[in-house]
Write a protein that binds this ligand. Structure first.
Ligand code: ADE
Length: 242
């Protein structure tokens, strides 16, 4: 997968060199290109913002550098007949979900446009954006952190990135439930015991326990998710209890 990120703060994206995404890059699973928007600003001061029409606080990102950036970046893949999916992170977008991340993971090429200030001139969004996506109901200083989140969530889903494919299938949200708690050795720590069922070796009982705890946890913490839950007797990864 190719990923292009257009931003006025390329250094903000340096965590993409680390850990899971960094390893996926080293292994050629994703190819990340960072672009400084200011290279497409035409004036000597490399200005990318201007006052909003209609008044109001803050500044708006000018259309000219964005248009030039998106033209050049999308043309850079045109030789192979490819067209990127263009994503604008914004608090006024549709919510980012695991399901949406799964859709992006199937795309060959993504472009993220990181807005700052009050946002990008709406004509750029109308003409170029495939999706406007929000991370949640809060306002960040710009699209960079949202892009980091989305690139990490998508990279985990690419074949070969997470060693055990089951651990991705087991993820919270993969099937509409929050994951149950997890434990490792020792069996007792500071007077707290690992639930006996997990040490019983009874796989059917373990699947049922995980399912029950996942359901209870989801009901308590995220009742909104339960509206779409499959009532069949499966554990959070979809395995049917024996
Ligand atoms: N940019 C600023 N706030 C944002 C949010 N909540 N989600 C995505 N992009 C943003």
């Amino acid at each position: 997968m190719r990923v292009d990120i257009i931003t006025i703060f390329p250094d903000y994206l340096s965590p993409l060199e680390l850990s899971l995404v960094g390893r996926a890059r080293d292994r050629g699973i994703i190819d990340v290109h960072l672009h400084d928007l200011r290279q497409w600003a035409s004036d000597v001061h490399r200005t990318v913002d201007d006052a909003p029409y209609g008044g109001g606080p803050g500044m708006v990102m000018r259309p000219e550098p964005w248009w030039a950036a998106l033209t050049e970046v999308s043309e850079s893949g045109a030789a192979d007949g490819r067209r990127p999916r263009i994503i604008v992170p914004t608090p006024v977008g549709r919510p980012f979900t695991q399901g949406y991340a799964g859709g992006l993971a199937a795309e060959p090429w993504l472009v993220f446009c990181c807005g700052r200030y009050e946002g990008i001139d709406a004509r750029v969004i109308e003409a170029w954006a495939d999706d406007e996506i929000s991370l949640g109901d809060y306002v960040l200083a710009g699209g960079e952190v949202a892009t980091l989140v989305m690139v990490e969530a998508v990279t985990r889903l690419l074949p070969g990135v997470v060693g055990n494919a089951e651990s991705v299938a087991d993820d919270s949200f993969a099937n509409g439930l929050l994951e149950p708690p997890v434990y490792t050795r020792p069996p007792v720590w500071h007077d707290r015991e690992v639930p006996a069922v997990l040490r019983s070796g009874d796989h059917g009982a373990i699947i049922r326990w995980r399912r029950e705890v996942a359901l209870r946890r989801t009901a308590q913490r995220r009742p909104d998710l339960l509206a779409g839950t499959d009532p069949a007797g499966t554990d959070p990864a979809g395995r049917v209890a024996q």
